[in-house]
Design a protein around this ligand. Structure first.
Ligand SMILES: *Cc1c(COP(=O)(O)O)cnc(C)c1O
Length: 392
């Protein structure tokens, strides 16, 4: 399968494709499979020797899966990738791959909530202790690493509060201590940030978000260095995690237009963020590309752009006022997940889920996803919403 040629945007259109060996057809075919048959006992035994090379069993992927994995590997700049059935499976499988009873785990305090739930629930139940740390800790992470610390888990920027982390410093400290660094790279979609090039061992993303891009698909992709590939692939195989071929087809289709979509998400996101920054109802805008966001300088140093997801903190406002604003939105819909073509807005309370740091904000937080609509329609919708917020 083609590794991809040229610069980043060209790779997104070339990686994982092989028309020469497929009747000249542009896209890889969708292979459905469980059983893979072998002509002889010798061939069967040979296949068992290398369970993670080539087409061996439907659970471990077909050429459709491998096409998508190769394309995302090129995007993330890794060794190999593993497609799994959800973004959440891409969180849990690498943790389970590297941790065992008695180990210690360090997790950033701005983490996606289901990740925290998995650490505090499942991992605790199996004897793994988790310590949460300030997302802005940087090289100071060394002070928290213990003899039995095996994994440092990051998310940059955090998908609710948007702190950008010093990934190179944290990954280097982890490596020096013999721990593995794993990072949730969903916000940057593997496109605006390549954590493996900054020292991380494992980078994953919810394909559900920008690669899928159309709010109709659930999938995760884990990309690794050469050393971390086998443990991750083995774990996904042991757990029976599997990305379905039709979903891989949808993800490949999404991937081909992702650069163009992300450019628009970025532009509209910044337009909205800057407009909101100037509004009297807004106390603060948390957008990595704006100086008011913690870690903005790190974003400038390590990232090549911004996706369409950011938050604002309102000045003090009652729950009823926020509901009046959000209930009447005409362009922005309310709902979890993001990365599709449509704009979204949700209220959230980070103070309820933090443990290592306290969340000091004047008012309620709203998280916005800038979709592909005309930005003027979105601004008008927000303007009417902010009027409802202060009307009561
Ligand atoms: C959505 C999301 C996930 C989980 O993805 P699902 O496909 O919904 O399971 C993980 N991390 C982040 C940051 C996400 O936004």
């Amino acid at each position: 399968m083609a590794k991809g040629r040229g610069k980043k945007d060209t790779q997104l259109t070339t990686a994982g494709r092989d028309p020469e060996h497929n009747f000249g057809i542009v896209n890889p075919p969708v292979y459905h499979a469980s059983t893979i048959v072998h002509p002889t006992v010798a061939a069967l035994e040979e296949a068992n020797l290398k369970p993670f090379e080539g087409v061996k069993y439907g659970l471990r992927g077909t050429p459709t899966t491998f096409a998508l994995e190769d394309a995302v590997t090129a995007l993330e700049g890794g060794y190999r990738s593993v497609a799994v059935c959800s973004g959440l499976a891409a969180v849990t499988a690498p943790l389970l791959a590297f941790l065992k009873a008695g180990d210690h785990l360090l997790v950033s305090d701005n983490i996606y909530y289901p990740t925290r739930k998995f650490c505090d629930g499942h991992l605790a139940r199996f004897g793994v202790e988790t310590t949460y740390f300030d997302p802005m800790i940087g090289a100071g992470i060394s002070g928290l690493i213990r003899d039995n610390t095996r994994v440092v888990f990051l998310e940059s920027p955090g998908s609710l509060t948007f702190e950008v982390q010093d990934v190179p410093a944290i990954a280097a400290a982890a490596r020096e201590a013999g721990a593995v660094s794993i990072i949730d790279n969903t916000w940057a979609a593997g496109y605006y940030f390549q954590p493996l090039k900054h020292g991380a061992d494992v980078s994953f993303q919810a394909v559900t978000k920008y690669i899928g891009g159309h709010s109709d698909l659930i999938m995760g992709m884990i990309t690794t260095t050469e050393e971390s590939f086998l443990p991750v692939k083995r774990e996904c195989s042991d757990l029976g995690l599997h990305a379905a071929p039709d979903d891989c087809f949808l993800a490949l289709r999404g991937l081909r237009s992702m650069a163009a979509r992300l450019a628009r998400h970025q532009e509209t996101g910044l337009t909205l963020a800057r407009w909101l920054e100037g509004r009297p109802e807004v106390d603060r805008v948390l957008h990595p590309a704006l100086p008011s966001c913690p870690g903005h300088d790190l974003w400038q140093r390590d990232f090549s752009g911004a996706s369409g997801l950011f938050s604002i903190i309102l000045k003090d406002a009652s729950k009823a006022a926020v509901a009046a604003m959000l209930d009447g939105m005409e362009m922005f819909a309310m709902g979890y997940s993001w990365g599709g073509y449509e704009s979204l807005i949700i209220p959230a309370d980070p103070s309820a889920i933090r443990t290592a740091t306290s969340w000091e904000a004047k008012g309620p937080l709203l998280r916005l996803h800038a979709g592909l609509e005309d930005p003027e329609d979105l601004i008008n919708d927000l303007e009417r919403g902010l009027k409802r917020l202060t009307a009561g």
